[in-house]
Structure formats: structure tokens, C-alpha cells
Design a protein around this ligand. Structure first.
Ligand SMILES: [Zn+2]
Length: 693
């Protein structure tokens, strides 16, 4: 009874102090006279990725209840009333943390520790002080993470920045001319962080591809761009809030998530090798996502490679993989919105949609046709409600999201993570414009792929390319960022490439399919929480939803969690949610609700195996056995059948054959009984038992 009373008291206390550990986003819209959607979106998105509990306020009176305030908009001279300026100053003086960007109001210069600034529109780089930034954020510990390109040297002007003249502030990051770009100042008991950049320019601008070629690589690189700001914000939160709790960015107890996707956009893929990939993955407890091109037209790109292959799609689905759309016609000018217009999503159907690419230009291709008809065909083939889309060549049409929305898609994967300068999902903007509305479609960008623009991947060099994938995956894993892999299932050696990556994944990497990660991310964003620490080091994490609604892949990171006595998670009804705990980083803890199976090590073949995906069927049979197998190289192959005494009954084949898929059967009539087969591929041998009824 006493325990129950204590618990109730504790919950009551939590009710009183519930706002104490949140970040306030203070939107100054009512003072600045316009709705600053772009900066507001960018800061709200940063909070979502950082996974910190936050609330958005339009009144400072509400915002100052929390220990950290971030103001998304530029504070122009004279826009904030004197009372607000005074309140901000005393808030910081009394221990508050204030995060500002592009400050122009000189009455706030003293709390920011600066005396002046100069404006510029030609800055190209942000160069961090590694030691100081690493002190702010655990994640910012590598040179690639603190040397950020913001504008390519080929542009004379980029976006506007302000470099500040420090008085008492220290500089965390500089522009390339050594002027101060990101500063920090202690004022009284509090701190002010000042960014000489607008949030929209380092977050939203990248997402809608309006950046000034800020990416160092288009794909297959490690590029943190916008993620720098998310990590820094989480770092500030963890630095000043004792035992800070934030939402983890990878599923459950994993360190990072690998999402394997395949683009099935050629005859060889859909007719054959897709099946090899999907079987291989199925046997190894891996679920992945197949983006299928339903190319039913004959044009200069390809002949019809859809009609007649519907069963293959069903077989991939039956191996628990996800099926998504990779368009109908896969045209290279899909991103040209003059040639490929939106079209009418209500009217278009398979029977009246006749896309054609003549070798130079698309004819009768529309966004609605591509997203709607491919969805209809995949539904007919395998009874799948398609939710995800990827454009051919990642050619991003500015009307794509509108088409996807009207056809009830949920996810889009038409961006390269390097190009949009983030590894994390984000809510897309319609018409690829910073000022347009947000869409309901979640964008999940691709990180690594088998498309290498210069020095293409081949049978001779693929292990070198896999080494690049491994290095990106490793760096992402240290940041708990997701890695989306794109492999075209059109060559058998690509299975070996995939396998090699999987074998060398960093510890505790979860392999999950695309839409499952998307659903996790959506639930992660919508699940809010608060936390409270009692004087005797007991932590309560209070969820805003009931346990039934909790996505059990969600997990929490607790700064210095190892030193806590006890951790409790309560749902919205005050019920205890059972959880597990794990040491995380040096002294932190991960609180999670479901276990991930990290075991993908039981491979059916290894890198040195020359024979893959072989099967002998039917077994038992009434005489004839079919041998189906794939070779990863040209080889001498012999197949022999033996009886129980070891006598050769039939030599089914013995000759040199080419790499690829093969199929052969015995011809001799066999009597009832048990037989053995031996498949020799050069010097490797594979044995098995078959039965004749
Ligand atoms: Zn493709």
C-alpha cells in the first residue's frame, strides 16, 4: 500500500513538473509579422530527429518554463518588445539555455557575447573546432563531420550568412575565412548559442535540392550536412539536462539500422536473379524491399518485361519481403516536369496508359500514370497495397509527391542521402520548393548503392566497392544513423557483395525492410514523452500514449543512465511498460521494449562458393530430378547420381559452362530407392540425398 502511495505521489509530482525537461521552440511569428514556415519547419524537424521532447510556443511566458529555448527566426532590430528582450536576458542570466540564429537585434548582443556582425552571401564552408564540438556532442568526433561544405566554389553567391565579432563568446565553428560562424557564450548562469546561418538554409534547402551543390559526393559517401545540426542540438540537450532522455534513432536495441532495397528494372532481374536474391535473403532470415518496374510497354528502353512475370512477384512477397513500385516506364527524363507532367490520377488506368520513350524523349508519360498504374499492376499480381515508390535513376519530378499523395502512398525513396545531406527520414515538401506545403509522404533517402558513376561496379572490382559501403555503414553506425542500401538484383555476384557487407556489419546492426523502418520513424515522431528524475536517482519516463499504441521498436537513450538506481516507463494510463536496459556509449543506457535478432550468419554459401542457390526437386520423385543452380563464374561442372552402394547410376553432365542460371534433369528411369548426387564445380563438391518413390 505504501509503495502504491509513493508511486501515486510520484506521478502527481510528475504532473506538476512535467514541462521541466522539454525544449521550447519559441516561434516569434506574432512579432515579426509573417509566418516563417521555412525556419519553423526546419527547427521542428531538427527536434524530431534529435528525438528530444519539445513543444512549440508563440508566447515567451510559456517558453521560459523550460530549460532550453530555441528561436527559429532571425531576430531583426526592433521587432521584439523591450519586455521580451529583458525576459530573454534574465532567462539566460538565471541559467537558461538560448539558441539563436542570424541575430541582428543589438540589444541581445551582450548575452550572446558579440559586438557586431557582417553579412555575406559567398561563404563556402563551415569548419568546426573538433575538440570544442566533440565536447558539445558525442557524435561530432570526426573530421568529415565538422568540415561542412555549404556552397560550391562554382557559385559566386549562395545563401546569406552572418559572421560575428566575439567579445566574450567562444567560437565552435568558423567560416573558411576564420570568421565566427557558430558561437557559444556564458552569460550569468546560462548559455547562448548563436548560429550565423538560417535553419532553413542548412536543413530545408538541402531536402528540396535547392542547395548550392553542398554535397561532396552524390552517393556512396559519408556526408552529414544537415545531420550536424541535429547532433549538435541533441548534444546541447544532453549537456545541460541531467540524465537527458532522447528517442533513439535506430530500432530497439540496435546500434544502427540497415535497410536493404532492390530495384528490379531489367528482364534479367525480374525473370531470374530477383528470385535468387529473395531466396538467399529468406534462407538467411533477412527481409528486404523490392522496388519493381512494371514495364509492360515496348520502347527504346526495353521490351515488355512485366507480362508473364507476375508469379515471380508473388513468390518474392511469399518470402516475407516488401514489394514497392519502381515506376512503369523508368524513363530518364522523369525529372523533367515539362515533359513528364502530373496528369490525372483519377482517370489513368493500365488500359489507357501507353508510355513510350523513343530514345530521346518521353511520350505520354505522366507522374500519375507511373505511380498509379504500377500500383494497380502490383496489386493485381500479388494482392499488395503498394505504399512506397522510387523513381528510375532517382530522377525526381517536382510533382511526384502530389501524385504519390493522391494514390495513397506513404513513402518515397527517390533521393540520395548524400545529395539531400541527411541520412534521416523527413516529411517531403510538395513541388520541391522551400515555400510550398509539407506533404504526408515520408522521404527516406538512399545511402549506398551499386551505382558508381565513375569507375562502375563490375565482377572484377565489386569487393572494392563493398569496402566503400562498409566504411559508410560503419560511420553511420557510430551516429546511429540508418543506412539504405540499393542493389539491382541483375548479377549473381551482387549476392556475394550483399553477403560480404552483411557479414562485416558493425555490431548490433538491425536489418529491417524499408516500410518497417518508415513506420517506426512515423511512430517515433508521433510518440511524445517527458521524464523526471527523483532525488534518489530514480527515473520515470512518461509516455503520452497507451502501451497498446506504442511501437515496440521505439527505444530511448539515457545520458549517464548507468548511474541511475531505477528506471520506470509509464504509459498514458500510468501503467508500467515492461522494458529492458543496455549499456550504451560510455556511461549511457538504452531503454528498449523488444529484442532484435542480429543473427544473419547462417549463410547457405560463402564468398568462395562457386555454386549458389541450388535446388534438386521434386524430392521425393517418381524418377526424374531437376537440378537448378547458379554459377558465379564460368566453371567445369559435373553432376553424378549414385546408388546406395556408391555405384554411378548416371552422369547427368560433365562440361565447361558459363556463369549464370542452369537447369538440367536426369534422363535415366530410376527404380524405387535412395540415391545420392554429387555436383562438382571445378574443385568444389556438393552432396545430397534424393528418394524415388
Ligand atoms: Zn531503376
Amino acid at each position: 500500500m505504501k509503495r502504491l502511495f509513493n508511486l501515486l505521489l510520484f506521478i502527481a509530482l510528475l504532473g506538476n513538473s512535467i514541462a521541466q525537461n522539454r525544449v521550447s521552440v519559441f516561434e516569434t511569428t506574432s512579432y515579426i509579422g509573417f509566418e516563417d514556415k521555412e525556419n519553423n519547419f526546419s527547427v521542428n524537424h531538427a527536434m524530431k530527429v534529435a528525438g528530444v521532447p519539445f513543444s512549440t510556443y508563440s508566447s515567451l511566458e510559456d517558453a521560459i518554463q523550460n530549460p532550453i529555448i530555441i528561436i527559429p527566426s532571425t531576430i531583426e532590430v526592433g521587432t521584439l518588445p523591450q519586455t521580451i528582450i529583458d525576459s530573454l536576458s534574465s532567462y539566460v542570466s538565471n541559467g537558461g539555455i538560448l539558441i539563436l540564429s542570424q541575430l541582428k537585434e543589438n540589444q541581445l548582443f551582450n548575452i550572446a557575447g558579440v559586438s557586431d556582425y557582417s553579412y555575406s552571401s559567398n561563404k563556402k564552408m563551415i569548419i568546426g573546432d573538433l575538440q570544442k564540438l566533440n565536447d558539445e556532442s558525442y557524435y561530432l568526433d570526426q573530421n568529415e563531420e565538422i568540415n561542412l561544405k555549404i556552397c560550391d566554389t562554382s557559385f559566386v553567391t549562395g545563401f546569406g550568412t552572418r559572421n560575428y565579432v566575439n567579445t566574450t563568446a567562444i567560437t565552435l565553428a568558423f567560416f573558411e575565412d576564420s570568421s565566427s560562424a557558430i558561437l557559444k557564450n556564458q552569460f550569468g548562469n546560462g548559455q547562448v548559442y548563436l548560429f550565423g546561418l538560417s535553419w532553413k538554409d542548412v536543413i530545408l534547402r538541402n531536402q528540396v535540392s535547392k542547395d548550392y551543390k553542398a554535397a561532396r559526393s552524390y552517393s556512396n559517401g559519408f556526408e552529414i550536412g544537415s545531420d550536424f545540426y541535429f547532433f549538435l542540438i541533441r548534444g546541447i540537450f544532453e549537456k545541460y539536462i541531467p540524465f537527458a532522455v532522447s528517442k533513439h534513432t535506430s530500432v530497439s536495441n540496435s546500434n544502427s539500422s540497415l535497410i536493404i532495397t532492390h530495384d528490379v528494372d531489367a528482364t534479367s532481374a525480374i525473370s531470374d536473379i530477383m528470385t535468387d536474391f529473395s531466396s538467399y535473403e529468406y534462407e538467411n532470415n533477412i527481409r528486404s524491399t523490392y522496388f519493381i518496374t512494371t514495364h509492360y510497354n515496348h520502347d527504346s528502353i526495353a521490351k515488355d518485361f512485366w507480362t508473364g512475370y507476375e508469379d515471380q512477384i508473388l513468390s518474392v512477397k511469399n518470402k516475407n519481403h516488401e514489394i514497392a513500385s519502381h515506376s512503369v516506364s523508368h524513363v530518364p527524363d522523369f525529372d523533367n516536369s515539362t515533359i513528364v507532367q502530373l496528369g490525372d490520377c483519377d482517370e489513368v488506368e493500365h488500359s489507357n496508359y501507353h508510355p513510350f520513350y523513343n530514345g530521346t524523349i518521353s511520350n505520354d508519360v505522366t507522374v500519375c500514370g507511373e505511380v498509379s498504374v504500377s500500383k494497380q499492376l502490383l496489386k493485381e499480381a500479388a494482392n499488395i497495397d503498394v505504399k512506397s515508390f522510387r523513381a528510375g535513376y532517382l530522377a525526381y519530378n517536382k510533382n511526384l509527391l502530389e501524385g504519390l499523395e493522391s494514390m495513397n502512398y506513404s513513402y518515397n525513396s527517390s533521393n540520395s542521402a548524400n545529395n539531400v545531406l541527411t541520412s534521416f527520414p523527413y516529411q517531403g515538401h510538395l513541388t520541391l520548393s522551400m515555400s510550398s506545403d509539407t506533404s504526408s509522404i515520408l522521404e527516406i533517402p538512399n545511402t549506398i548503392s551499386d551505382v558508381f558513376v565513375d569507375n562502375r561496379i563490375s565482377e572484377d572490382n565489386y569487393m572494392e566497392k563493398v569496402a566503400i559501403w562498409k566504411s559508410v555503414q560503419k560511420k553511420n553506425s557510430l551516429n546511429h544513423s540508418p543506412t539504405v542500401l540499393l542493389i539491382h538484383p541483375n548479377r549473381l555476384w551482387k549476392i556475394v557483395a550483399e553477403q560480404s557487407l552483411i557479414r562485416d556489419l558493425t555490431e548490433n546492426t538491425a536489418i529491417i525492410p524499408f516500410e518497417e523502418y518508415g513506420q517506426y520513424w512515423k511512430d517515433r515522431v508521433s510518440t511524445d514523452f517527458d521524464f523526471e528524475i527523483s532525488s534518489d536517482s530514480n527515473m520515470i519516463i512518461q509516455l503520452n500514449i497507451t502501451e497498446e499504441k506504442l511501437n515496440k521498436s521505439l527505444s530511448f537513450s539515457l545520458k549517464n543512465g548507468l548511474t541511475l538506481n531505477n528506471i520506470q516507463v509509464l504509459d498514458a494510463d500510468g501503467k508500467i511498460v515492461k522494458h529492458s536496459e543496455l549499456k550504451h556509449h560510455d556511461n549511457d543506457k538504452l531503454v528498449y521494449f523488444s529484442e532484435i535478432n542480429f543473427d544473419h550468419s547462417i549463410f547457405t554459401y560463402d564468398e568462395t562458393s562457386k555454386l549458389i542457390n541450388y535446388s534438386v526437386y521434386p524430392n521425393p520423385s517418381n524418377s526424374i530430378f531437376n537440378f537448378k543452380f547458379s554459377l558465379i563464374n564460368d566453371a567445369n561442372v559435373s553432376i553424378k547420381l549414385f546408388d546406395e552402394l556408391g555405384n554411378v547410376v548416371e552422369e547427368i553432365m560433365n562440361n565447361a559452362i558459363e556463369l549464370g542460371n542452369h537447369f538440367i534433369s536426369n534422363t535415366k528411369k530410376l527404380n524405387q530407392g535412395m540415391y545420392f548426387y554429387k555436383i562438382s564445380v571445378d574443385d568444389q563438391h556438393y552432396f545430397g540425398k534424393v528418394i524415388v518413390n
